[in-house]
Design a protein around this ligand. Structure first.
Ligand code: ASP
Length: 328
């Protein structure tokens, strides 16, 4: 079989980080150019043709609309190139779930597109970057990779963008999926999918927006004051995501302030600050009466991306928005 052609778009992150000097911990993300990393993986004898572009060289905590818009432009160009079989985006792990979901919701599901990062910088002892990268090449080159939407490859596992989240700050198996766990196991020499592609032929769910509106996240806690809601509205929030307690709860006065925000034309999505689980409609909170949307399986970071796309698309009716959260 002819070697697959993979476009690698680099954004930085720990996978390109340097400075840990073996046993040290402090380092700077985004120090190694993608050409160097691609040369290293090629030297391992990987069976794929890689062409690479540095889009950015940042920690993913600094990623935002400028980098996303640039990245999307390069992805579209790669998609329009009949010689490209798959795309890899190297990315910091902190916000990988946000970039992955944004791309998943705005690209056709048939594109084999894989985000990959690392928990340890390239020069740390036991660095996971090159293995994750080799695993990403393996995944993006696989004939059965299409029809699964955007994927994240970390720790010898493949996750779907809609499920994945970073669940640990420093372990190399830091990523988890909810409600589905991994959709495949991968090593540089093997790839085992757990089922057929579920989204073959599915088009992009949203157009790429002109820009993304300001949506802010507020976390609930015991004794929380409703002033936080007012402060965010004064800062220009056009949508709010509540990282609520438990199944999306918050003190009564905060819920009242959020309902006022909805009445003022600012959509509110209730998610949870708990690591995983569903936030369903109308349990302890009367979403129907207050005009809220329930985030279902999405955590706050993912719920924010979907709310931004909904507002950018002019979809702000709570029940119309709810359909998109229910669909995943
Ligand atoms: N702060 C880094 C980043 O997200 C962490 C990492 O890549 O693992 O870019």
């Amino acid at each position: 079989m002819a070697a697959k052609h993979i476009t690698v778009l680099a954004t930085g992150g720990t996978i390109a980080g340097r400075g840990a000097r073996g046993l040290g911990r402090a380092y700077v993300p985004g120090q190694i150019g993608i050409a160097e990393m691609a040369a290293e993986v090629r030297a391992l004898g990987i069976d794929a043709e890689l062409s690479s572009v540095d889009i950015a060289a940042i920690g993913s905590q600094d990623i935002g609309w400028t980098e996303w818009d640039r990245l999307y432009g390069y992805i579209k160009a790669a998609l329009n190139d009949p010689g490209v079989d798959g795309i890899i985006v190297t990315h910091g792990t902190d916000s990988a779930e946000e970039t992955a979901l944004l791309l998943d919701l705005t690209l056709p599901a048939d594109t084999p597109l894989v985000l990959v990062g690392a928990m340890r910088p390239a020069d740390a002892v036991g660095s996971d970057g090159m293995r994750n990268f080799a695993n990403a090449v393996r995944t993006a080159s696989d004939p059965a990779a299409g029809g699964r939407g955007v994927m994240v490859v970390m720790g010898d596992q493949v996750f779907a963008a809609s499920d994945v989240r970073k669940a640990a700050t420093s372990h190399i198996d830091a990523f988890r999926g909810f409600p589905r766990g991994p959709i495949a196991n991968v090593t540089p020499a093997s790839l085992d999918w757990f089922g057929p592609p579920p989204r073959t032929g599915e088009g992009a769910r949203f157009d790429w927006p002109q820009t993304l509106p300001q949506v802010d996240v507020l976390m609930a806690y015991a004794g929380m004051s409703p002033c936080t809601v007012d402060a965010l509205l004064q800062c220009g929030a056009t949508g709010l995501v509540l990282a609520g307690m438990g199944a999306g709860n918050a003190p009564g006065p905060v819920l009242d302030a959020l309902a006022d925000a909805v009445r003022g034309g600012v959509p509110v999505v209730r998610a949870s600050r708990v690591d995983q689980g569903y936030v369903d409609r109308n349990l302890e909170v009367d979403d129907d009466a207050r005009g809220f949307v329930a985030a279902r399986s999405y955590g706050p970071a993912k719920a924010r991306i979907l709310l931004q796309l909904l507002i950018a698309s002019g979809i702000t009716d709570p029940l119309a928005m709810q359909v998109h959260f229910d669909r995943r």
